[in-house]
Ligand binder design. Sequence first.
Ligand SMILES: [Zn+2]
Length: 174
Amino acid sequence: MGAVPFTKTSREYLSKLTVDIFLFLVYTNIKDIEILNKLNNSQSLYIAERVVNMLKNIIQRTPVEIIERSIEFTDKDGCGFSFDCDENGTPKFSCDAAKQNYEYAMAHPEFFTGQFNKVVIHKRKYIEPAHGICRCGEDVTLYDEYQGACACPKCGKWYNMYGQELIDPEYWED
Ligand SMILES: [Zn+2]
């Protein structure tokens, strides 16, 4: 990461200090933003690069394509039945009623002049969010749970969208 912008206008940034910078400030008893401003760029860069805790093994957000198949029966108006199926075209029934509808449709090709027992492939894409391993071992998904940050569901540590550990939101300034 780049240098931490310790400037007079960085109160917004300081409200989301990463936890180790926060601890550094507590250690060195630097509480006044005017003192922070006296840190030069290399000092702040040093702090940022040396001590920021991050999620381990971060996997960046990835586009994923999902392929779903269904068997479709439609009449001349496009009305009919659709059943989820596997890649071999074998239907998967969620309930007995679905199975009965399928058997009914298969027995009545004369009704389904639009499509009869046709395997249709549906593709959709979504973005799998970035995720990484917390110090507690939990695989944490990075999403905007609260003000651009999220908490580990197991241990409750907070992370920003880059996977950098943050101090608890109760210490954030508005
Ligand atoms: Zn955790």
